[in-house]
Design a binder for this molecule. Structure first.
Ligand code: UD1
Ligand code: UDP
Length: 361
């Protein structure tokens, strides 16, 4: 039987982490993979560092699409991805998560009748104002193979009428990544920032609903400043730009240790030693749990509902500093829940994906 040729599409930071473990598993299964980077993320500390640290092969194509409005960015990707697909004629297009790169890849492939496999399918916030929600719903409904991380994600797809034979609950590739790369994370990272293990809050903020709403961002920054613990904030450039445009926000951030985004290995080390994680990231919420560190999610909803149900994660809609601070204090004061079953598939998600792609279609 001929070995399938797979074209994987990545573009943003979390996709490099996910693709790193899947690429490895595809190679181990003898599958030929071509990597396409849309160029959505292009700063070295959002892109190149992940390729270097995680041993991802250099992309065969980098479209250099860069930043822009949603339609502009997605449109440019669509035009360029279509050209590559016509040249490469892959058997499968593999897309990850819920960014504009994901949607552009899925749409380009669907129009050319190339089968699509979606890694991290089925997640829902049920908030259509989020660009990510549109991206993931549309991608799921274009996909031929839907690799889900959790029970909840699989169930969401069934409810939406996706044929069950397309859905494969494989577990979470980010758990695979944390397990594979965790041993490489240097333990001295907190000390590099003058922090002691167990005595600081690690925060990340980049979600549009917070960065584009100064009042919400102010509530989060003020609460972090009053939390009574040192706060380390590796800051996404989007949020940095908002601070630069709003002096009152920059003033609030002076109470925090704001640093450039860090590499994945440094991030794992910082997460592992944190007393608490405060974030609006999807991936970081789960990484907190992988390290058994409590998390406060500064959003109105989360796709990773199981962590809230079990008490590892608390939602703190950033309506006011007091509301966020109350959740931070509760998370600091209350004991961690009992350790739990394996929610995310045991660390073999990438291998399962490769085995399914290698099998008969
Ligand atoms: C994107 C994804 C989001 C994901 C996040 C991961 C979409 C709609 N959003 O959000 O789902 O959680 O990536 O980090 O796809 N910028 C730089 N340098 C870069 C990249 C971006 O300075 O290398 C700045 C630009 O000002 C840009 C802004 O960040 O306009 C936002 O970048 P963009 O890729 O549009 O969205 P993210 O917020 O990164
Ligand atoms: N991450 C990182 N350095 C940072 C912030 C995040 O390596 O400074 C990693 C994090 O460990 C996780 C991924 O980036 O693996 C999450 O990406 P992000 O929060 O940008 O996007 P989301 O998961 O919300 O889509």
């Amino acid at each position: 039987m001929p070995v399938s040729k797979i074209l994987s599409i990545v573009g943003a930071r979390p996709q490099f982490v996910k693709a790193a473990v899947v690429s490895r598993a595809l190679a181990a299964a003898g599958l030929a993979e071509t990597l396409l980077h849309t160029g959505q993320h292009y700063d070295d500390n959002l892109s190149r560092i992940f390729f270097d640290q995680l041993g991802l092969p250099a992309p065969a194509y980098n479209l250099g699409v860069g930043s822009g409005a949603h339609g502009e960015m997605t449109g440019r990707m669509l035009i360029e991805i279509e050209k590559v697909l016509k040249t490469e004629q892959p058997d499968w297009v593999l897309v990850y998560g819920d960014t504009n790169s994901t949607l552009a890849g899925a749409l380009a492939a669907a129009k050319l009748h190339i089968p699509i496999a979606h890694v991290e399918a089925g997640l829902r916030s049920y908030n259509r104002r989020m660009p990510e929600e549109l991206n993931r719903v549309l991608t799921d409904h274009a996909a031929d193979l839907l690799f889900t991380p959790t029970d909840d994600a699989s169930q969401n797809l069934v409810v939406e009428g996706i044929p069950p034979d397309r859905i494969h609950q494989v577990g979470d590739v980010m758990y695979d990544a944390a397990r594979q790369f965790g041993p490489l994370a240097p333990a001295d990272v907190p000390a590099r920032y003058g922090l002691a293990a167990g005595e600081y809050i690690l925060a990340t903020l980049h979600r549009a609903e917070n960065t584009d709403e100064p009042a919400r961002l102010a509530a989060i920054l003020a609460a972090l400043g009053q939390a009574g613990q040192p706060v380390l904030l590796p800051l996404h450039p989007r949020t940095r730009a908002t601070l630069a445009a709003h002096p009152e926000l920059a003033t609030l951030a002076e109470a925090l240790q704001v640093i450039e985004p860090v590499g994945y290995l440094e991030m794992l080390a910082l997460e592992r030693a944190a007393r608490l994680i405060v974030t609006d990231s999807g991936g970081v919420q789960k990484e907190a749990y992988f390290q058994r560190v409590a998390c406060v999610t500064v959003r109105d909803e989360t796709e990773w509902v199981e962590l809230v149900e079990l008490g590892w994660n608390r939602l703190a809609p950033p309506e006011s500093a007091a509301a966020v601070l109350a959740e931070i204090r509760a998370a600091l004061d209350e004991p961690l829940p009992d350790d739990d079953d394996d929610l995310y598939g045991g660390g073999q998600a990438a291998e399962r994906i490769a085995a399914i792609l290698a099998g008969p279609k």
